[in-house]
Design a protein around this ligand. Structure first.
Ligand code: BTN
Length: 277
């Protein structure tokens, strides 16, 4: 990843909303690197990008396989303005819920020119193609007096070899299956960041409601029978899409449930299986 090319792929306005862009050859995790910056006293928005990660972090304590030049690995350390953050999430939904979905939409939009129509979203923030995972997002939140930092980690599979794929215990896709030649990683990273930072501004101004219809139209499980596993219980029902705060609406035999955490599976059978990373 060439830092200059990455910077050149950003508009003046987007570049100026980032205090600094850090490009590393190898880090343990760009999310951890962002959290270290936070601990060191940094209080501006920073973007951290790496060519490889030795301990990439995934959701729910999983690993994110991150071989050199096989994926995009980046994290945005972003500080929410306290006033705007408090204004959102009226009905107990945490404002970060909507942010996580807005991030997935931004990644989707950056990838869609390079992917077939089967590109879609899985609640809360997976980007899949042909029901196989192409990109994942990990939000890590910290509370510090008077400031609201969040680390938004984004991983996109660019080109995974058969032996790398065999190490991942879930159906996985990579962009090189769909796009030959691959887009330049600087351009792709710049496009994702530009969409994300623009969408965050929109989200802070108007909440998740304006994104809802778009999100639901890309949800691959909308209107289908799913199982939600949230570590404590499994709920089965028909997915009715997300509400105006980004919570998933599930039509169960006992009525409608509002889900704000957990993982979606297409059926009970796969929830009990071992396909998940
Ligand atoms: C998931 O499990 O779906 C989330 C995966 C997030 C991976 C990215 S790669 C860049 C950033 N750094 C990490 O350690 N994880 C995220």
């Amino acid at each position: 990843m060439d830092k200059l090319l990455l910077e050149q792929s950003l508009s003046e306005a987007i570049r100026s909303s980032l205090h600094e862009i850090h490009v590393h050859d190898l880090v343990d995790s760009t999310n951890l690197q962002a959290l270290r910056l936070l601990e060191s006293g940094v209080r501006d928005n920073h973007l951290i990008v790496a060519n490889a990660q030795s301990s990439g972090r995934g959701r729910r304590g999983r690993n994110w396989l991150s071989p050199a030049y096989s994926g995009l690995y980046m994290s945005l350390l972003y500080f929410f303005p306290a006033t705007r953050l408090h204004a959102k999430g009226a009905d107990n939904t945490h404002p970060y819920q909507g942010l996580s979905l807005v991030t997935a939409l931004s990644v989707f939009d950056a990838l869609r020119d390079f992917c077939p129509d089967s590109l879609g979203l899985k609640w809360p923030n997976d980007v899949l193609v042909d029901h196989r995972k192409l990109a994942g997002i990990l939000l890590e939140i910290r509370t510090i007096t008077d400031c609201f930092p969040v680390v938004i980690g984004i991983g996109v599979n660019l080109n995974l070899s058969p032996s790398q794929r065999s190490k991942i215990d879930r159906p996985v896709s990579a962009l090189n299956e769909w796009s030959d030649p691959l887009p330049a990683s600087e351009m792709l990273a710049g496009q994702i960041m530009s969409l994300l930072l623009t969408n965050i501004e929109h989200y802070l101004r108007d909440g998740f409601a304006p994104f809802r219809t778009c999100w639901n139209s890309r949800d691959i499980y909308l209107g289908t029978e799913v199982t939600i596993d949230n570590d404590r219980q499994q709920l089965v029902g028909k997915s009715m899409g997300v509400d105006t705060n980004g919570a998933l609406l599930l039509q169960t035999s006992d009525g409608e449930e509002r889900i704000s955490g957990g993982e979606v599976f297409p059926s009970l059978r796969s929830a009990a299986g071992v396909v998940q990373q």
